[in-house]
Design a protein around this ligand. Structure first.
Ligand code: 13P
Length: 306
């Protein structure tokens, strides 16, 4: 089922679990991720960033492929542009069939972030698409941005941002950062900030970016504190790379198709692990999208006289 992030995250938020959001940069990755989610009976969200689409994952190819796969399974699947901040790329993503947009105005001042995000929300909502915004700034793990307190989300600003933009989900900065952390570093997550934001805006699903390498216990606790969507990209790219590196080192004449099949399995198993951590395993059954169609059917299909 192909839906948007609001459809997926409102159920997750109400039921206290989180959904994994990951990047299917090619067919093998997409298939690995969908297989894992189907095996776990879990909803899943697919992210493509602006650079990712320029470098490898052309939306004209990847989005129709995901939609084809989504039609074949019963689990809810959504797509979202990730960290959109370039108008041309946002329009490109809307035109190419994404179901949701993340607008990242986190480097603007609060008023400008609100005004730009609100414009994107207006356009997307009129098209039936959902929007994630960001307040505070999630930076780069290699630069140590996870410890930069000035990037953390201010709960009062988060409330104002949500009420003035009407975003469907909110990315918060609470001590994680994108990419691999320096060796041996496990981030400290500000669970108290997540809890404060969640209790102030309980109906808005909160998003944790920079999930990779954040530590299993941290992730479980972040979900308990109120996170509904966890973005994980680097860990799955690393799982694929490590499988290829190790397999070609031990068996340099491995066949290409065997290599790719093995890579797919390695990534699927990493995705299953994250789905279990997020609490979304077995939760696909909570989604009842038939209700949507029922609302269009004001008459029974067969009349009583028949
Ligand atoms: P990681 O690559 O650190 O998991 O971050 C992913 C992310 O937050 C994408 O928005």
């Amino acid at each position: 089922m192909y839906v948007n992030i609001k459809d997926i995250l409102s159920v997750a938020n109400r039921n206290g679990f989180a959904v994994i959001a990951c990047s299917p940069v090619d067919m093998e990755m997409a298939r690995a991720m969908i297989r894992a989610a189907e095996e776990m009976n879990a909803p899943i969200i697919f992210l493509l960033g602006q650079n990712m689409m320029r470098r490898i994952a052309t939306a004209e190819l990847v989005i129709p492929m995901i939609r084809t796969m989504a039609e074949a399974v019963h689990i809810p699947i959504a797509t979202s542009l990730d960290h959109g901040n370039d108008e041309e790329r946002i329009l490109y993503s809307i035109r190419n069939g994404f179901s949701s947009i993340m607008f990242d105005g986190s480097l603007y001042d609060l008023d400008e972030n609100i005004s730009k995000t609100r414009d994107i929300v207006r356009i997307c909502h009129s098209l039936g698409m959902a929007v994630e915004g960001e307040i505070g700034h999630v930076g780069v793990a290699a630069d140590g941005d996870n410890t930069n307190l000035s990037y953390y989300t201010d709960p009062d600003e988060a409330c104002r941002f949500v009420s003035e933009t009407a975003v469907d989900a909110l990315a918060v900065s609470v001590g994680t950062a994108h990419g691999d952390y320096p060796k041996g570093v496990v981030p400290h997550i500000a669970f108290d900030i997540i809890e404060r934001i969640h209790s102030a805006i309980p109906d808005t699903p909160l998003v944790l970016h920079g999930g990779s390498g954040s530590g299993d216990d941290n992730i479980r606790k972040a979900v308990e504190s109120g996170i509904s969507k966890i973005n994980v990209v680097t860990d799955f790219l690393n799982a694929g790379r490590n499988y290829i590196r190790d397999t070609t080192a031990s068996n340099p004449s491995v066949g290409y198709m065997d290599l790719m099949n093995g890579m797919e399995k390695a990534v699927a198993s990493a995705v299953c692990h994250w789905i279990k951590l997020s609490g979304s395993a077995g939760k696909a059954g909570l989604y009842h999208f038939r209700d949507r169609f029922d609302s269009f059917l004001d008459k029974p299909v067969t009349s009583k006289s028949e």
